[in-house]
Design a protein around this ligand. Structure first.
Ligand code: UDX
Ligand code: UDX
Length: 462
């Protein structure tokens, strides 16, 4: 089996290292964050990813995974294969911050002692691999060494919350290479993972780099498309879930990534869309559609927030607001670019009291809001202590609640940003339920609805 170095023990690097170890390779994971390294050596995972802890612990035990704090240490073992999975966050202008990628290239050039294949797995703008190659060559020249090496692009297609499955059962493995040797090494690495040849896509390096952005931008486009449709659906009295059903029957459209809601978040879509727009500007080929996808996604949060303000008016100032869900999606503790951040920021401008609950993500958001919001230990605690509820992440545990359970909310009002519940059932249970693109009301229902609101106002319920 192969000796493999993985740089970066983040959502991508740790999954990559653990899965490659699981497939029999000997993996050294380089992580420069001392706190993270210690946790990993103790077999703890520094973030929530279902099942990852088991795989990591098992492979530490059978000595297939080792953690080190620097590439110099890792390269002293003379590895043939190095995956770079370091962060490539957005810079203020939206372009990708590649400083960590360059840092890894410099260190490889400084410490490599024989042929190695440097495989970039982080999402990076087109042309990055060639620049990595130049940096390594410069370091080797400074060392008066003429070692052979290759660079390749092997973009990740891992969804947080389902990353192990995405790595071990991929739709496709994409390898962007310049030499047959690089292709052969990658083919050997992925042999135990791919089921058939068609899954293993060999392209140029540039095609692999661009295909990653194109894939994420396409997925984000579907989401912004259905979200814009949902806003129109409410205005024309259509039900976006019915519209989606009709669209999905066309195999060319399909049903995936057409769930309307408060918008996409995470460490990838927002970052990758902005980086793609920046690449378009750099090459004078403006990515106007991608720019519009990002704008629609930002507008969706404001539109949802405005619904809440329109309903309560000034009475919101005294409200105890309950929030279910802080993570950008279920099954992750990642709150990067989560809709909850924007919604909470918008609410806090109105001096309200917020009690939030998330099964795993609360502590990742605490440092953002300090003591400006409170955190509940259970979802039910939020219902008991709040006037109304806002749902921002469709965690499974929330879906288990029945409409009648929400009658303990003082105002019996819900704003559901992830369309978790059935509007009709909510109405039958006497809950005033607002969601994204489905709350179709007949004129009679609307009349009853506002009669109820007037009655509540008369009796000082809201
Ligand atoms: C990564 C890529 O950054 C992103 O482009 C891709 O789309 C998804 O995979 P992620 O794994 O979420 O994102 O990154 P992050 O969670 O930031 O993890 C990167 C890790 O690398 C961190 O633990 C960081 O401490 C570590 N790191 C960073 C190093 O060990 N060395 C470095 O020089 C820089
Ligand atoms: C994404 C891509 O799916 C993955 O292939 C890539 O490698 C990394 O980026 P991730 O960001 O982890 O994965 O999660 P994903 O499941 O794609 O969801 C992204 C966001 O879109 C979430 O905020 C989710 O709530 C939102 N979403 C998703 C919708 O709003 N509607 C949908 O129908 C699907």
């Amino acid at each position: 089996m192969n000796k493999i170095v993985v740089v970066g023990a983040g959502y991508v690097g740790l999954v990559t290292g653990a899965c490659l170890a699981q497939k029999g390779n000997f993996v050294v994971i380089v992580e420069n964050n001392a706190k993270k390294i210690q946790m990993l050596i103790d077999g703890q995972i520094p973030f929530y990813e279902p099942g990852l802890d088991i795989v990591v612990q098992e492979n530490i035990k059978n000595k297939r995974i080792n953690f080190v704090s620097s590439l110099e240490i890792a390269l002293s073992e003379n590895p043939e294969i190095i995956f770079s999975c370091v962060g490539t966050p957005s810079l203020p202008d939206g372009s990708a911050d590649l400083s960590y990628v360059w840092q890894v290239a410099v260190e490889i050039g400084k410490y490599m002692t024989d042929y190695c294949l440097i495989i970039n797995k982080s999402t990076v703008p087109v042309g990055t691999a060639q620049k990595v190659k130049k940096i390594i060559k410069m370091q080797l020249t400074q060392r008066a060494l003429n070692l052979n090496f290759d660079v390749a692009s092997n973009p990740e297609f891992l969804k947080e919350g389902d990353a192990l499955n995405d790595f071990l059962n991929p739709d496709r493995v994409v390898v962007g290479v310049q030499t047959k040797l690089a292709e052969d090494i990658l083919r050997k690495i992925y042999q135990p993972i791919i089921q058939n040849e068609e899954q293993f896509l060999v392209t140029s390096i540039e095609s692999a780099e661009l295909a990653k952005y194109a894939s994420n931008a396409m997925l984000a486009t579907k989401i912004s498309f259905i979200n814009q449709m949902a806003v129109l659906a409410e205005k024309v009295g259509a039900d976006i879930s019915e519209v989606r059903l009709v669209m999905a029957k066309d195999k060319r459209i399909g049903s995936y990534f057409l769930n309307a809601g408060v918008g996409y978040g995470g460490s990838c879509f927002p970052k990758d869309i902005r980086a793609l727009v920046a690449t378009g500007l750099e090459y004078e080929s403006p990515m106007t559609l991608a720019a519009e996808v990002e704008k629609i996604n930002n507008d969706q949060r404001n539109w949802f927030l405005q619904k809440i303000f329109d309903y309560f008016g000034y009475s919101i100032l005294s409200k105890n607001i309950g929030i279910w869900g802080l993570a950008f999606k279920p099954e992750t503790d990642d709150t990067r670019c989560a809709p909850a951040i924007d919604i909470i920021q918008g609410l806090l401008e109105r001096q309200v009291n917020i009690l939030a609950y998330d099964p795993v993500a609360s502590e990742n958001i605490e440092n953002l809001f300090d003591n400006k919001i409170s955190y509940a230990k259970t979802a039910r605690e939020v219902l008991i202590k709040s006037d109304f509820l806002i749902i921002l992440t469709e965690w499974k545990e929330f879906l288990a609640y029945k409409p009648e359970d929400f009658n303990i909310l003082k105002d019996r009002v819900i704003f559901d940003g992830r369309n978790c519940f059935n509007p009709e059932k909510m109405l039958e249970a006497g809950i005033k339920y607002f969601d994204v693109g489905r709350c179709v009301k007949t004129p009679q229902q609307m009349q009853k609805f506002f009669d109820d609101v007037n009655e509540d106002i008369q009796t000082n319920q809201i």
